[in-house]
Design a protein around this ligand. Structure first.
Ligand code: RB5
Length: 144
């Protein structure tokens, strides 16, 4: 199960990603926003990250206009490793090396084709572990 959310700046791309997930048979929970009315991206980041941390969803997808504000917000939450990706290479390596649990994208930055490819790569790539597990642990220790 994937938790997905966006602010108004990412609303259109969220609709595209959800249609793509649906077509691919990937279950998801839409945690808002539900219209193009202005809203605050930290509220959406909190909802999606909470679903991930509580184990309701395995991974999260967050979208705002640039992807920046919502990724900054997500990374303030203990236990979250949110990665802002603008291409599939970043999506692949943030899973392989950083064990990212939340993907962030910019709805005013990416077209739907690329965003769907990034999403697929993020959701299907596993964590490599090994030396990267040591680094991820050191990263998480920075939260203490
Ligand atoms: C909203 O206008 C915009 O600031 C937001 O979507 C995002 O780009 C912030 O980083």
């Amino acid at each position: 199960m994937v938790a997905i959310g966006s602010d108004h700046g990412g609303f259109g791309l969220k609709q595209e990603i959800m249609a793509h997930l649906e077509a691919a048979g990937v279950p998801y929970q839409d945690l808002g926003t539900y219209s193009e009315d202005s809203c605050d991206y930290p509220d959406i980041a909190k909802a999606v990250c909470t679903a991930v941390l509580e184990g309701v969803c395995e991974k999260g997808i967050l979208i705002c206009g640039t992807g920046i504000g919502i990724s900054m917000s997500a990374n303030k939450i203990r236990g979250i490793r949110a990665a802002l990706c603008t291409d599939s290479f970043m999506a692949k390596y943030t899973r392989l090396h950083n064990d990212a649990n939340v993907l962030c994208m910019g709805g005013r930055v990416l077209g739907p084709g690329l965003a769907c490819e990034i999403t697929d790569t993020f959701l299907t790539t596993g964590f490599e572990g090994g030396r990267h597990a040591v680094r991820v642990q050191k990263m998480m220790d920075l939260e203490k």
